[in-house]
Design a protein around this ligand. Structure first.
Ligand code: 8YV
Length: 331
């Protein structure tokens, strides 16, 4: 990019301080009403912007990338996961893709543990009963949940977020188990007293909680398939703060309805923002706690995500490789 001030098109409303900083540094076009862009608006954007800043709600697929003008040099995703962008198609057109790693790790890990506690200790159900005037006073047998301390947590995907979840979970007295493409370092395994399972199937049969913390790629689509859900203990609880498509959602709903699975804490869904009415019913019955994709939703996190986006754009403008470049994977 030769210009000092590239044209940066941002697809959604970002925190004011981030937009102000971007306005100072770049020639900017913002989305003031925050409505997700239509396909036509996205096509227009990729034909004018030198830098596009999309979010998880924009589908930057190969068909769109193949319509981009030559001026588009960088897709600086405002988000950690890049499954909304066809990174391989972008690479083929010489467009660099970046993301915002690290800055949402701790917030997402907090939300994961929050959901784990909310499901096992029936937090939402209790609050709801109070709000609806259903509390007649304390009783020794009312609103009993299940203890967390001493149980087993199996983490699928032991990257930054998975490891941050493990650190928190260990403090809650959970024993840490994980499945990952590679073992984590010996030092981290020792710190977490973590057990590595090469076989996801075998790990699933033994866990009280499963937390999904891996990226969504073609290889991990429906990683928690119907067959694998059937391997889980009927008293197990599944937590997903990663991506809805990592679980076969229908199979999970079937298992919850038929008491083959005890509960679910979900921040992400297969067809966001659409939600299965069956999931809503399970939430109503206290078998699921569902949240509207807010795992990383802290003001601090969003501002730091903005900082990462800005750093990536500026580094690119200075003719260097942006620090958070995402490379195409082979799966
Ligand atoms: C973000 C996320 O809020 O960064 C991610 O991968 O899933 C979210 O928590 C979202 O991506 C913003 O684009």
């Amino acid at each position: 990019m030769s210009q000092m001030k590239p044209l940066v098109v941002v697809t959604r409303k970002l925190p004011d301080s981030v937009e102000t900083r971007m306005r100072e540094l770049f020639d900017t076009r913002f989305n003031t009403d925050d409505k997700p862009m239509s396909r036509a608006q996205l096509v227009e954007s990729v034909n004018t912007a030198e830098v596009l800043v999309p979010t998880v709600t924009d589908n930057i697929d190969a068909a769109l990338i193949n319509q981009t003008g030559d001026q588009l040099k960088l897709i600086a995703n405002f988000g950690n996961g890049t499954d909304n962008v066809d990174v391989a198609a972008a690479a083929q057109k010489g467009i660099i893709v970046t993301n915002t790693p690290n800055v949402l790790t701790e917030d997402t890990a907090d939300m994961t543990v929050g959901l784990l506690i909310a499901v096992s200790r029936r937090l939402q159900e209790g609050a709801q009963r109070l709000e609806r005037g259903h509390w007649k006073g304390w009783s020794p047998t009312w609103m009993l949940g299940h203890r967390i301390w001493g149980k087993r947590l199996g983490i699928i995907g032991m990257g930054r977020i998975g490891t941050a979840v493990a650190r928190r979970a260990k403090a809650f007295g959970l024993s840490i188990h994980y499945h990952n493409r590679q073992k984590v370092s010996e030092q981290v395994e020792l710190e977490l007293e973590a057990t590595y399972w090469d076989s996801l199937d075998q790990m699933l049969t033994r866990m009280d909680f499963i937390s999904i913390n891996c990226p969504h790629t073609p290889a991990t689509f429906h990683l928690l398939s119907a067959r694998r859900i059937a391997l889980m203990k009927p008293n197990a609880i599944v937590i997903n703060t990663a991506r809805g498509d990592l679980i076969d959602e229908i199979a999970m709903i079937d298992a919850l309805e038929n008491e083959k699975l005890a509960g679910a804490g979900l921040d992400v869904f297969a067809h966001e923002p659409a939600l299965s009415h069956r999931l809503l019913k399970l939430a109503e019955q206290g078998k699921a706690v569902i949240l509207p994709h807010m795992g990383s939703a802290t003001i601090e996190g969003r501002m730091e995500m903005g900082d990462r986006v800005i750093i990536n754009i500026r580094t690119m403008c200075d003719g260097h490789r942006p620090p958070d470049r995402v490379l195409p994977t082979d799966n």
